[in-house]
Design a protein around this ligand. Structure first.
Ligand SMILES: Nc1ncnc2c1ncn2[C@@H]1O[C@H](COP(=O)(O)OP(=O)(O)OP(=O)(O)O)[C@@H](O)[C@H]1O
Length: 303
């Protein structure tokens, strides 16, 4: 379990993390989602004791990282995934890490098997593909058999097979009862991996809920309507927070009222309907809607 309470981090004039509170529970995968620069890595670094909070606390199993006598057994992390440039073999790289933490050689073999690295265990890490490097990073995070796993953008840059492996492995680790906390800036990725989502934007928590709820809450529900009396229907529907947009092909898109109410309103006004179709925004649109005001750098439209 990870408990974050009133956590803030200031870098000079920049408040990278602003009074953030949430809990990451065991047994499920919790996704940490937000646009670039939202403060995800900074939060994860504070949890791991690598950055000092300006305010607030980040506890793992009830204690700050540094207060755990054997932190590797409590939490394993893959932060800022980058290739390990070393001439060592994967096995020796893990063995060196294990030795400095009093972890037996048998555990090195175990994590190599768990992460599917057997065939490359005796190859030099320097020549690893990004996908193999990620597996190695995850193997290192698992060395101490920790209850909590923190992975920062674990699928960034991976091919589809690598993405699927990380996704399935995270779900497996959670099914063993571990706390699994993974960050991403892609909603589509999280929607297939996480059970619960914490969405961050400009250092603030924008959502903290089961994934289905976040999607439902952020989804802009529109209804496509066709009628021979578009003008009549538009006036009959008029109301605060209801927008009706007409398209060249004669269709109307209504936002702010559901299909049933549109049908009832049309029937009451004696207006025929030729189409009444609810349209859900895509996942990515739902996420963009949630974070649109919170993106640090909007891309400039150039003409
Ligand atoms: N060491 C630092 N010094 C100054 N500013 C920093 C430092 N680390 C992060 N920041 C700033 O804090 C903000 C949050 O950065 P952070 O890396 O935590 O975001 P993120 O959500 O992880 O984004 P990304 O997906 O791009 O890594 C950004 O504006 C970043 O520029």
């Amino acid at each position: 379990m990870i408990e974050i309470e009133g956590l803030s981090k200031r870098y000079g004039p920049k408040l990278a993390v602003d009074d953030v509170s949430f809990t990451v529970r065991p047994g499920i995968v919790t996704g940490f989602l937000g646009p670039n620069g939202a403060g995800k890595s900074t939060t994860m670094r504070m949890i791991m004791g690598l950055d000092k909070p300006t305010k607030g606390t980040a506890l793992i199993a009830g204690k700050p990282y540094a207060r755990h006598p054997a932190p590797l057994h409590e939490v394993g992390a893959l932060l800022e995934a980058k290739a390990v440039h070393t001439g060592r073999t994967a096995f020796n790289h893990l063995l060196a890490l294990a030795a400095t933490h009093g972890i037996p050689k048998s555990r090195v073999r175990e994590v190599i098997a768990m992460t599917g690295l057997e065939s490359v265990a005796n190859k030099r890490v320097g020549g690893f593909s990004l996908g193999m490097g990620q597996r190695l990073g995850i193997a290192a995070a698992l060395l101490g058999d920790p209850h909590t796993l923190i992975l920062d953008e674990p699928v960034n840059g991976l091919d589809p097979e690598g993405v699927r492996w990380v996704r399935e492995f995270c779900r497996y680790l959670a099914s063993e009862g571990r706390t699994v906390f993974i960050s991403s800036h892609l909603m589509s990725e999280m929607s297939q991996t996480a059970d619960h989502l914490i969405v961050l934007g400009r250092g603030h928590v924008l959502a903290d809920a089961p994934i289905s709820q976040v999607i439902a809450g952020a989804t802009r529900r529109a209804v496509r309507v066709r009628t021979p009396n578009a003008q009549g229907l538009t006036s009959a529907l008029a109301g605060p927070d209801i927008t009706v947009t007409s398209f060249d092909d004669g269709a109307l898109e209504v936002v702010g009222v559901d299909a049933a109410r549109i049908g009832d309103t049309a029937a009451a006004a004696g207006i025929a309907l030729h189409e009444l179709t609810p349209i859900d925004a895509s996942l990515e649109e739902a996420y963009l809607e949630l974070t649109q005001d919170e993106v640090e750098y909007h891309s400039e439209v150039t003409r």
